[in-house]
Design a protein around this ligand. Structure first.
Ligand code: NAD
Ligand code: DAU
Length: 352
């Protein structure tokens, strides 16, 4: 797998190794600001987890890793993933999400074409993508199905859309056995506090303002990260080659509702906090340029073809998440370093 030191990738590694006994994970990650090896500390000396620091665009490295470890599947989590960063500095998004995915596909194609018949038939390339490739919905439009036209609106979503198209092309042109998943907003443990939910918790604990972009009425569909990981395992096992599966939590909420929910849980769990009620920290700031209004996922295909359903409700998942952050402040503290402070100044300094 690639990107296994990031938020979803690390959750995937932890769950996968806990669930299987004889499988090995070869984890290739560049360790950008978003990658954090301490998330994987539980498996740092386990021979079933082999970590390699490197770039998915490095074809020589990929060729040698594929040759040495001979994986039966490659799962591509690695990406630049934050929309606001893609607005400030889009080039890294094109480099990793487009060129990186292309180089990974090329390396995997060469490896797969040299496999014996049985191994080649078993092999899978699973590409982890996002619902943002479909663009924005109005309030009364139906949720995204897998047939919804692509209409990406940010440099991030455009770069992910490009990567999805390359994955599709490698299936249709070369027969590479690919699967693509397009998932909605994830939340849960180990998420970098640049994203909305961990940012709310981080700022609220420090008594800092909680920035809401625009009117706070933008809508996202929220899915607990463990459910995203179980969906990926299910698609890997049962997905039809060349197919796309949308993954979602059936939980559409406005950002304002999300912030209120998290603040209420913090009020309850921290009765002694001098920042209560945490809602009083909410500050409306200028909007994200090109801010998509609404995302919603129609999960019918994965539910009916693969029998996948999320286990966590938002109510149970968000409580677990807030509790995890309260109990793992040291994890947060070690990553909110100089680079993070620079990012806060760059993104929020100008919003007023
Ligand atoms: P993240 O930013 O937390 O982690 C990304 C990881 O990729 C980091 O460990 C980083 O070091 C690594 N990486 C970046 N560039 C790399 C490169 N060139 N080579 C190797 N490694 C590199 O991201 P995430 O939130 O865990 O998202 C993982 C994947 O899931 C991404 O492809 C993202 O587009 C997709 N996705 C995310 C969400 C979400 O809500 N977070 C929802 C749907 C889909
Ligand atoms: O939909 C899937 C996508 O979800 C993934 O592909 C992305 O990798 C992931 O980052 C996420 O994208 P969003 O842009 O939806 O997530 P983010 O947490 O940045 O923002 C969620 C919403 O909250 C969005 O409407 C913007 C708003 N927001 C965000 C931040 C960071 C605020 O109002 N204030 C903030 O400070």
């Amino acid at each position: 797998m690639t990107g296994g030191a990031g938020f979803i990738g690390a959750n995937f590694v932890l769950e996968y190794l806990a669930l299987t006994e004889n499988s090995r994970v070869i984890n290739l990650d560049k360790l950008t600001y978003a990658g954090n090896l301490s998330s994987l500390a539980a498996y740092s000396s386990d021979p079933r987890h082999i970590f390699i620091k490197g770039d998915i665009a490095d074809r020589a490295l990929l060729a040698s890793l594929l040759e040495e470890h001979r994986p039966s599947a490659v799962i591509n989590f690695a990406a630049e993933s934050h929309v606001d960063r893609s607005i400030h500095a889009p080039e890294a998004f094109v480099q990793t999400n487009v060129m990186g995915t292309f180089n990974l596909l090329e390396s995997v194609r060469v490896y797969w074409q040299a496999l014996g018949e049985a191994e080649a038939a078993e092999f899978r390339f699973l590409h982890v993508s996002t619902d943002e490739v479909y663009g924005s919905l109005t309030m009364d439009e139906p949720a995204f199905t897998e047939r919804h036209p692509y209409a990406p609106n940010s440099p991030y979503s455009a770069s992910k859309a490009a990567s999805d198209h390359m994955v599709r092309a490698y299936h249709h042109t070369y027969g590479l056995p690919v699967l693509t998943t397009n998932c909605s907003n994830n939340y849960g443990p180990l998420q970098f506090p640049e994203k909305l939910i961990p940012l709310i918790i981080h700022n609220a604990l420090a008594g800092k303002s909680i920035p809401l972009y625009g009117d706070g009425e933008n809508i996202r569909d929220w899915l607990y990260v463990g459910d995203h990981c179980s969906a990926i395992r299910a698609v890997l096992d049962k997905g039809r080659l060349g197919e796309v599966y949308n993954i979602g939590g059936n939980y559409e909420k406005s950002n304002l509702d999300i912030v209120h929910t998290v603040c209420d849980i913090l009020d309850e769990l921290l009765p002694e906090s001098s920042h209560r009620p945490h809602k009083s920290l909410i500050k409306f700031v200028s909007d994200r340029p090109g801010h998509d209004r609404r995302y919603a996922i129609d999960p019918t295909k994965i539910a009916t073809e693969i029998q996948w359903q999320p286990k966590e409700t938002f109510e149970s998942g968000i409580r677990k998440t807030v509790t995890w952050y309260l109990e793992n402040q040291s994890w947060v503290e070690q990553i909110v370093s100089g680079e993070y402070q620079n990012w806060l100044a760059e993104n929020y300094g100008e919003r007023g």
